[in-house]
Design a protein around this ligand. Structure first.
Ligand code: ADP
Ligand code: MG
Length: 355
């Protein structure tokens, strides 16, 4: 073979590398929103408002009342691997914040036009900057690339516009704005229920009535009622158990044997992060199978707390899936807990109907 036929290896442009990396973390508007909500919660916000245009493809905007971002950090906030959270590799095993990798804002800024307006309590005004590919872009051609002072409340507003404007294949794959909006609502709903004490609002731009609205003072069950309706909220059993051996804490609200739906609604949080676990999902369905009519399903919200050292959150770029130690035993324990709760409730129900 002549040497001409051997392909030459070239280093990819940094912008291309970053855009590919961004695509691994941000698949669709709902992933971006999850990262943004987690950042707002990390910033200790008590009110989070989400506004959406075209299923988040045109605009995804989040306003919070958290601690804000310091002016001097605004230059690097959208760069990759810049974070106020993780400091050393060892910290990874004890992270109490959602974020740790400093990748979310960077990723979003590589596939969307990002604008951040933020104010800390220590300053008189807010500052605003727009970002592209991780760095601030000048407000006008020739102007300095730096944040501009402006009016604003304490907290942070982040807008991502024209998501995937520079990734045409991904853009094409996401043409159904309604579906993307439903996924956004699903994320807001989950975080609203898991974070009683924080008010959440989600609305379409141009609509006067929000599609989700919870208040600071509402309880978990109030929020479930507000979002999923009384038919679920009236049929819930509270679950709370600790198992020091693992250690594992289980807390949540699960529907009783009177309630069933066509589709399993499963809100799972592991160490306060919304995740999915096909194994846990299947096991819980198995427990309910003996209580519910065939082909019907329960409504289950479970918050599991595990020792962060036993949980690997870094297995999946979107942090959607987590792995944890003693998975089989822990799943069996969760099932026993639910089984017991359903059993107790069933006994007291029969008892009440008999008397
Ligand atoms: P990570 O959350 O992993 O640190 P991000 O890219 O999501 O990485 O965010 C980078 C940094 O920007 C965070 O560490 C935090 O300091 C700051 N930040 C992001 N969003 C907010 C927010 N809503 N309020 C305050 N600070 C924020
Ligand atoms: Mg983050």
């Amino acid at each position: 073979m002549s040497t001409d036929a051997v392909p030459t290896i070239k280093r990819l442009d940094e912008a291309v590398v970053n855009r590919i990396a961004a695509g691994e973390i941000i698949h669709r508007p709902a992933n971006a929103l999850k990262e943004l909500i987690e950042n707002s919660l990390d910033a200790r916000s008590t009110a989070i408002q989400v506004s959406v245009k075209d299923g988040g493809l045109k605009l995804l905007q989040i306003q919070d009342n958290g601690h804000g971002i310091k002016l001097e950090d605004m230059g690097i906030v959208c760069e990759r691997f810049t974070t106020s959270k993780l400091r050393t590799f060892d910290d990874l095993s004890s992270m109490s914040t959602y974020g740790f990798r400093g990748e979310a804002l960077a990723s979003i800024s590589h596939v969307a036009h990002v604008t951040i307006t933020t104010k800390t309590t220590g300053t008189n005004c807010a500052y605003k900057a727009s970002y592209s590919d991780g760095v601030i872009i000048p407000a006008k051609p020739g102007a300095a690339a730096e944040p501009k002072p402006c009016a604003g409340n304490n907290g942070t507003q982040i807008s991502a516009e024209d998501l995937f404007y520079n990734v045409p294949t991904r853009r094409k794959a996401l043409k159904n704005a309604t579906e993307e909006y439903n996924r956004i609502l699903d994320i807001v709903n989950r975080y609203a229920i898991h974070n009683a004490g924080v008010s959440f609002t989600c609305r379409k731009i141009g609509s006067n009535t929000p599609d989700v609205h919870t208040t600071n003072s509402a309880s978990v069950v109030d929020n479930i009622r507000q979002i999923y309706g009384s038919s679920v909220a009236n049929e819930l059993l509270f679950v709370e158990q600790s198992y020091p051996v693992y250690p594992l804490k289980i807390k949540g609200w699960i529907s009783n044997a009177n309630y069933s739906v066509k589709k399993f609604a499963f809100l799972l949080f592991i160490n306060h992060r919304s995740v999915d676990s096909p194994a846990i999902r299947k096991a819980i369905e198995g427990v309910y199978a003996s209580y519910l009519p065939k082909n019907t399903h329960p409504w289950v919200y479970l918050s599991l707390e595990l020792d962060p050292r036993n949980v690997d959150v870094n297995v999946h770029p979107t942090k959607r899936e987590v792995h944890f130690m003693n998975e089989e035993e822990i799943i069996a324990t969760i099932c026993d807990t639910i089984q017991e709760r359903l059993g107790d409730a069933n006994v007291s129900r029969n008892f009440m109907t008999q008397t």
